[in-house]
Design a protein around this ligand. Sequence first.
Ligand code: 5GP
Length: 205
Amino acid sequence: MENKGLLIVISGFSGVGKGTVVKRLVSEYGYSLSVSATTRAPREGEVDGRDYYFKSVEDFRNLIDYNGFIEWAQYVDNYYGTPRKFVESEMAKGHDVILEIEVQGAMHVKEQYPDAVLIFLTAPDVNSLRQRLKGRGTETDAVIAKRMKRAKEESKDMTVYDYIVVNDDLDICVQTVHSVIVSNKCLRENNIKFIEAIKEELQEQ
Ligand code: 5GP
């Protein structure tokens, strides 16, 4: 099989549980996780370098100028970006890398890495999405309202994604996302070089 790592983009509505799903994918299946840079303030319990690289707007803009991101986007008044170095070196080592990013970033990734697998996580319905945002208790009503508005916009872009996965039962969701990634790797079009190599080797027998 191809031994260059796969780029996996996971997006989804705010509050859908992306963070938990991604952590489980990393701990249970050994995916590499890209840590993003952001200009947003850390939430309680978040650690610099583990959850995000927390940056000033100035530092973030410098990184943009130095081509330090494979993509970046503005989301609810803050900048978010995927550091280039980590992703490229992990993929070169043959590791599959997960990016947990929003939809504008996902589209930029697909333009640059057409082989990337784009997965969108959704709640079963809008009501459970709103409840989850409220339940987290970390955001003000104004921020929740902004995120619901943003979710409305994001729903228009769901069709950009290769796979849509419902996060209703966490275990099932994690297994489903992993299966999607594995089956994507087995697609014929992702194994053209492998097929050619096997055919050539067999010719020599
Ligand atoms: P939060 O502030 O809740 O941690 O993240 C807000 C949104 O930014 C989420 O949808 C998250 O997936 C997205 N995000 C996190 N890191 C990045 C990144 O590096 N690039 C882009 N485009 N979006 C990101």
